[in-house]
Design a protein around this ligand. Structure first.
Ligand code: NAG
Ligand code: NAG
Ligand code: NAG
Ligand code: NAG
Ligand code: NAG
Ligand code: NAG
Ligand code: NAG
Ligand code: NAG
Length: 372
């Protein structure tokens, strides 16, 4: 019996390994953006971090506006860590560019725990897509930077735009395929940046799926307070981040912000905490600026959010009629198609909850019908 189980497991592993061709890439890029200049010293210790969170979440205040002294162009040579995957049979005609959110790195899309049971990449490959998941500029194995005036939404969107252009022109060393379509999928802050990307350059994407998203900013304070943030370099695992990168202190903090009650495996929560990544204070200050304007984008748009999402819905996306995520439609008046889907019972961390099969089939059905 034990022997059979082992054999089945091994075959399972081989099946997963054989059905995909993945490759890690380190991509040099030049990125340049008009960033905010903030009158803020990066928090030096955990007390400073909590003070920052309290200042940023105080009702009736807009800390971004209070600290902003102007804008300045920030440019640099950066390195982006990415993983490109394609089906065994060769590259897909459509490439999906995957942008992770706060708390994670690119492994959010191809989560290794449980023999990759939660991998979005595997499901996309099964449907014939190629995928490009990258660590956002400033995070994970991509170049880090100054957490106040450099690593902001604006520069990260510029990096995403550069990467997308390189992928369209087949100039990313290591990826030889020419894709006829390029779509973008984001999660949370990655959705905010995907929104910002197509707002800046409406023809750059053939379709966008914004997961863990809405345009209601009223609940972001709950998320920030729930995150119980401390200086990231308090953890030896994250010691290569300078002061001003902040991270959830405990697995329970991650649970409060990403995992809905009874919809996840405790082992996955632990794995997510063990590999969690920080965000910069500059990202916190420039989130709203990245997506507050209406969007001229003319392609197909899917918004997909957990019914019990905290940061974008306050724990109940159906609290209004139409739902909070459905209201994003008002910002996409030129979209060729728009749909907003709520995932029953799920929280903000869609990919890591039991509901992932509904989430992934919804995104991939959208891609099949409206993008491919
Ligand atoms: C890519 O890098 C990640 C993290 O460094 C590693 O876990 C993964 O196994 C690598 N994947 C491939 C295909 O080499
Ligand atoms: C990037 O590196 C090149 C070659 O070293 C240099 O000429 C260029 O000025 C750098 N660009 C930026 C924006 O720093
Ligand atoms: C991709 O397209 C470019 C420009 O059209 C062309 O130069 C290149 O040979 C193509 N590459 C492949 C692998 O088809
Ligand atoms: C998480 O990390 C702890 C401490 O290193 C380790 O004991 C545990 O096995 C890890 N759990 C998972 C699910 O990765
Ligand atoms: C706060 O101020 C910034 C800068 O003026 C602005 O972009 C942002 O939309 C404001 N945030 C809110 C929630 O009004
Ligand atoms: C829709 O597209 C038109 C024509 O390109 C443009 O003038 C308009 O500003 C766009 N609408 C929105 C809401 O961005
Ligand atoms: C969400 O809010 C709506 C409207 O108030 C309510 O009808 C619904 O029961 C709430 N959902 C849950 C799960 O409590
Ligand atoms: C994989 O995820 C599905 C959906 O949540 C779940 O039903 C199944 O038990 C999981 N499989 C393993 C081996 O954990």
């Amino acid at each position: 019996m034990a022997h059979h189980t082992t054999t089945a497991l091994l075959f399972g592993l081989i099946a997963v390994a054989a059905a995909r061709q993945c490759q890690n890439l380190t991509i040099p890029i030049v990125a340049s953006a008009r960033n905010g200049v903030f009158d803020l010293t990066a928090p030096k210790n955990n007390i400073d971090v909590v003070n920052f969170v309290l200042d940023a979440t105080q009702p009736g205040h807009n800390l971004t506006a209070e600290l902003l002294t102007g804008y300045a162009t920030v440019s640099g040579n950066y390195s982006i860590a990415a993983t490109y995957c394609q089906p065994d049979g060769g590259p897909g005609t459509t490439l999906q560019v995957l942008t992770h959110g706060v708390g994670f790195d690119r492994s959010y899309w191809d989560f290794p725990a449980n023999n990759y049971n939660y991998s979005y990449v595997n499901q996309a490959l099964d449907r014939g897509y190629s995928t490009f998941a990258y660590d956002r500029l400033g995070i994970g194995e991509s170049s880090h930077g100054d957490p106040v005036n450099e690593i902001q939404s604006y520069l990260e969107i510029a990096a995403l735009r550069t990467l997308t252009t390189m992928l369209r022109q087949s100039t990313v060393s290591g990826i030889t395929a020419n894709f006829s379509k390029i779509a973008h999928v984001g999660h949370s802050y990655g959705s905010v940046e995907t929104y910002g990307l197509v707002a800046q350059d409406p023809t750059i994407s053939d379709g966008i799926a914004l997961t863990g998203f809405s345009k209601d900013a009223d609940f972001l304070g709950e998320f920030s307070l729930g995150a119980n943030e401390i200086q990231a370099n308090t953890f030896s695992r994250l010691s290569n981040y300078v002061d001003g990168y902040i991270a959830p202190a405990t697995a329970s903090a991650l649970q409060a912000d990403f995992f809905a009650p009874r919809e996840f495996s405790p082992e996955i929560l632990e794995a997510a905490f063990n590999t969690s990544q920080p965000n910069s204070v500059g990202e916190v200050l420039t989130m709203n600026g990245a997506y507050d304007a209406p969007n001229p984008y003319g392609g197909p748009v899917l918004v997909i959010t957990g019914e019990r999402d905290v940061p974008f819905c306050g724990g109940n996306c159906s609290a209004t009629e139409p739902s909070i995520p459905e209201m994003v439609k008002g910002s996409f008046q030129n979209a060729s198609y728009f749909d907003a889907v709520l995932i029953p019972g799920s929280g903000h961390g869609l990919n890591l909850e039991y509901t992932w099969p509904i989430t992934y089939s919804t995104i991939l059905d959208f891609m099949d019908k409206h993008v491919k």
